[in-house]
Design a protein around this ligand. Structure first.
Ligand code: OXT
Ligand code: ADP
Ligand code: MG
Length: 578
């Protein structure tokens, strides 16, 4: 005879974690198995979730972060305890810095033993360590709280300014059994996880009033604007006002880089010369000289200052972080831009267009810079340099505007940013706010998984090394990723020498003429050794067409790079010389 208790249907922590995530539309997990989450990864796959298993948690974390940026849903990274958690934490912190929504879920050791520091397997107080490095951190101790833990993590990741959230799940939780009906009732489908934040009408009016007074207005679009997916309204705002705009690197393509109002090719002219600057989803951090420093790229460039600022941002604390913001517009970019556009449309023909003098002066600089660039791109030196190789990538992205471009390195990053035009929003993914190396293969895997579009990763040879082992992951999941390693034999260039004449090479130099293409071949992908632009073009075009995992080792003149690319001046020795 069975008792009532025996006949009751039961569930456990494993199932509740899966059910809570699925209930909230999360169908893809980036992670790496091991104690105590191996069975969770198996059960997730069995439950129909896509479980993308990596070779290192940092890459899984970077994949989750960029999946969050591309989809506006928190990307999930799943790791084991202490060392796996710490590997993932690097990506979680980077996600928070870049305002990407992500949740790092890590298994952890026995609470009682950890708290008494009795030396458990992979013992670590992970919650305490994560807390200062992310937007929010939670721990779930009881199976009936899993629903709430997951709901809180989702809300914290995507609402307001997006960011990274840590969710700590101790090993014991997974095996806890509870009544299935109670478990089901405890789950929460989050209603309106990223609520719209409507700007105050007087703040919008203040911004429009200031914009109207501008003689030399400028709009700066940042990756917050790309994230917001308000593409049509942003374009309409730019076009209706006629104001020149500068895209930050991950906002390239929000409007096509070939747009006549793009001032990208006159960057160092417009930044100091503009009188009213409207920032949309961009912070006045180091990438914008804190709104007061010198522009980059040369001794003749002017310091800027005296501008008036409008800042459209979801974070009320962002305003005044570096200079006075005269008109903060706080809200989600979709709502803010729509409200501003409403005011501009209402003004009709009364809305002033920027002066011909301002537009003419910008055009003059643009034409000069674009002409100079065209001249350099037309050259065909042997060995290849960054320009002749990137001229090829420029054509390929033009022909394949839906392809996603991942980009890291120093020279490999900076030259790609200014040479390769982007045509569509959220197609350029790069090192972001920290200028961090190591995002490459994680971003490439996630971009291919969430978009199913071809991905081209242009990588410095040093940058590639940080996540290179994931070429196996790319082959294992047969992803349409083509990695192009710009191989100049080292960090910045391959020509440094050891001043002592000793046997060790200089710290920035790698094995000469390394064959990165063989790494892809080792796992069944296509490896190509390219010494000329023609060979490079053929290989990348074929990769995009065939969608086969491919690595092209592009041999670049080892003397071609400069120290730290465009940001040489940030090196302490260079700064001292100034
Ligand atoms: O107006 P001016 O005249 O100034 O000209 C500008 C534009 O107007 C013009 N332009 C154009 N001209 C013509 N046509 C078009 N279409 C056009 N568009 C623009 O071109 C110029 C430049 O334009 P840009 O780029 O827009 O403007 P500018 O002034 O450069 O902008 C300033 C910045 C700051 C916004 C910009 O430079 C920027 O975004 N920079 C990002 C820099 C960055 O993040 N770099 C990466 C970090 S460097 C370093 O830290 C590295 N490390 C250390 C390390 C890191 N990072 N992480 C970790 C975990 N560990 C260690 C390492 C190890 S890099 C690195 C590896 C390097 O070696 P690799 O082998 O990987 O790479 P290689 O260098 O290739 O060897
Ligand atoms: P970039 O590096 O491109 O200049 P930043 O990362 O510095 O961009 O800035 C992005 C900004 O966008 C952050 O201040 C963030 O608060 C803001 N942001 C992100 N998403 C939204 C959104 N949906 N609405 C409004 N602001 C947003
Ligand atoms: Mg290099």
């Amino acid at each position: 005879m069975t008792t009532d208790t025996q006949s009751q249907e039961m569930t456990d922590g494993f199932n509740l974690v899966i059910d809570a995530l699925k209930l909230n539309g999360i169908d893809t997990i980036f992670g790496l198995p091991g104690i105590p989450i191996t069975d969770l990864t198996r059960k997730m796959q069995a439950a129909g979730m896509r479980m993308i298993s990596f070779r290192h948690e940092q890459n899984a974390g970077n994949a989750a972060a960029i999946a969050g940026f591309l989809t506006q849903k928190p990307g999930i990274c799943l790791t084991v305890s202490a060392p796996g958690f710490l590997n993932g934490l690097n990506a979680l912190t980077n996600a928070t810095t870049n305002c990407f929504p992500m949740i790092l879920i890590s298994g952890s050791s026995e609470r009682e033993i950890v708290d008494l520091q009795q030396g458990d397997y992979e013992e670590m107080d992970q919650l305490a360590i994560a807390k200062p490095l992310c937007k929010a951190a939670y721990r779930v101790l009881h199976a009936e709280d899993i629903g709430i833990g997951v709901a809180r993590a989702i809300r914290a990741a995507v609402s307001g300014r997006p960011g990274g959230v840590y969710l700590d799940l101790p090993a014991k939780l997974f095996a806890q059994s509870i009544d299935a009906a109670t478990g089901k009732a405890s789950l929460i489908k989050v209603v309106d996880p990223a609520p719209r934040q409507i700007p105050a009408p007087d703040a919008v009016q203040r911004a429009l009033d200031l914009l109207k007074t501008a003689k030399r207005p400028l709009i700066i679009l940042g990756k917050g604007a790309a994230y917001a997916q308000a593409d049509d309204d942003i374009r309409a705002l730019v076009e209706k006002t006629g104001i020149p705009y500068l895209p930050m690197s991950m906002a390239k393509g929000l409007l096509p880089d070939t747009h006549k109002q793009s001032a990208a090719a006159a960057r160092s002219y417009v930044l100091p010369e503009a009188d009213v600057v409207m920032l949309i989803g961009a912070r006045l951090n180091w990438l914008l000289s804190h709104g007061k420093g010198k522009t980059w790229g040369g001794k003749d460039h002017k310091a800027w200052g005296g501008q008036k600022y409008i800042q459209v941002d979801i974070s009320p604390q962002e305003a005044d972080s570096n200079v006075r913001i005269d008109a903060p517009v706080v809200g989600d970019i979709g709502s803010c831009v729509a409200a501003m556009l409403g005011g501009i449309k209402a003004a009709g023909a009364g809305w002033p267009q920027p002066s011909g003098d301002w537009l003419g002066a910008i055009d003059e600089r643009k034409t000069k810079n674009i002409g100079k660039m065209a001249e350099t791109l037309a050259k065909n030196p042997s060995p290849m340099n960054f320009h002749s190789a990137l001229n090829v990538m420029r054509d390929i992205i033009k022909d394949n505007p839906d392809a996603i471009l991942v980009n890291e390195g120093a020279n490999a990053l900076d030259f790609t940013r200014s040479i390769v035009d982007m045509y569509k929003p959220r197609k350029r993914l790069d090192v972001g706010t920290w200028g961090v190396m190591g995002i490459g293969m994680g971003f490439a895997v996630a971009a291919a998984v969430v978009s199913d579009k071809p991905v081209i990763a242009v990588e410095g040879d040093s940058a590639f090394g940080f996540s290179g082992m994931e070429v196996e992951t790319i082959c294992r999941y047969n992803l349409p990723v083509c990695v192009v390693v710009m191989n100049n034999n080292g960090v910045y260039k391959g020509t440094d020498v050891n001043p002592t004449g000793g046997a060790d090479v200089a710290p920035t130099v790698f094995v000469k003429d390394a064959r990165y293409d063989k790494m892809m071949e080792a796992f069944g992908g296509v490896g190509v050794y390219a010494k000329t632009p023609e060979e490079l073009r053929k290989a990348v075009e074929e990769a995009v067409r065939s969608r086969k995992p491919t690595l092209v080792n592009a041999v670049i003149d080892e003397t071609a790079g400069t120290e730290s690319g465009r940001i040489t001046s940030l090196n302490p020795t260079a700064a001292k010389k100034k």
